[in-house]
Design a protein around this ligand. Structure first.
Ligand SMILES: NC(=O)c1ccc[n+]([C@@H]2O[C@H](COP(=O)([O-])OP(=O)(O)OC[C@H]3O[C@@H](n4cnc5c(N)ncnc54)[C@H](OP(=O)(O)O)[C@@H]3O)[C@@H](O)[C@H]2O)c1
Length: 214
């Protein structure tokens, strides 16, 4: 499948890009700066012996069947506003946690909504927004051979899009679980600051979650 990562040069995006490329997907990472996208793609490709493409964010999503949004919440709205046209008709995975630095260990979601619902509202019904991957730390993604002990909850209003993303999560070596409609994303986004607190409290580099009883 062709995957495009907006902000794929960052901590989370590059780890996802490498794992999906190793699983056989055609991956392109995007940046605000075309040169940075190209450079990071060449670096990751050489390191891992794979072929990741790079460019600016618009190039990265061009032709992609699934797009993954990997930018900080502070850049969420502006980034999407610049790419509305290119995202038309696609499935977009929003991994954004609406953190409020410097107090990143406190829950702070947008009032009455979530980052993923904000994205859906901005992009319109032509884009299938799916929220996922909020609890997978980049600390675990950096080594593609490292097995990650974490479940991934997946929300979205389109069931087929949720299933598609659950499949892609399986390709990362993780268990994706259907967590219902997009408004449930508020629970996913709100949990990450709790995990960040626990990282500090228990001196972990990346606490995760496991769902039991299934
Ligand atoms: N890090 C984690 O462990 C983790 C875990 C789960 C979810 N997340 C979520 O994943 C998203 C990305 O996290 P990250 O840690 O990868 O972030 P990051 O490394 O700080 O940033 C990711 C990329 O976003 C772009 N970016 C940064 N500031 C920007 C701005 N002001 N405007 C537009 N683009 C900007 C940059 O790409 P260019 O400079 O190349 O444009 C950067 O490489 C966040 O929403 C975060 O909440 C992160």
């Amino acid at each position: 499948m062709r995957l495009g990562l907006i902000g794929g040069t960052g901590k989370e995006g590059r780890g996802l890009a490498v794992r999906w490329a190793l699983a056989g997907h055609e991956v392109s990472i995007g940046s605000r700066e075309r040169a940075r996208g190209l450079e990071k793609a060449a670096e990751l490709s050489a390191e891992q012996g794979i072929a990741i493409r790079g460019g600016d964010n618009a190039e990265a999503i061009d032709g992609a069947q699934v797009v993954i949004l990997c930018v900080p919440y502070g850049a969420h709205r502006a980034t999407l506003e610049g790419l509305v046209e290119g995202l038309g008709g696609k499935v977009m995975v929003d991994i954004t946690v609406p953190l409020a630095p410097p107090k990143v260990d406190r829950v702070r979601v947008p009032e009455g909504t979530s980052a993923a619902q904000e994205a859906q509202g901005l992009l319109g019904a032509g884009v299938k927004v799916v929220a996922a991957l909020h609890h997978v730390s980049s600390a675990h993604l950096s080594d593609p051979r490292h097995a990650i002990d974490c479940d991934v909850l997946v929300c979205g209003d389109d069931e087929a899009a949720r299933e598609l993303v659950i499949g892609l999560i399986g390709d990362l070596g993780l268990r994706g679980l259907d967590a219902g409609v997009l408004c449930n994303a508020v629970a996913l986004e709100a949990l990450t600051p709790v995990l960040i607190h626990m990282n500090k409290r228990y001196k972990s580099k990346g606490t995760g979650i496991r769902i039991t009883g299934l």
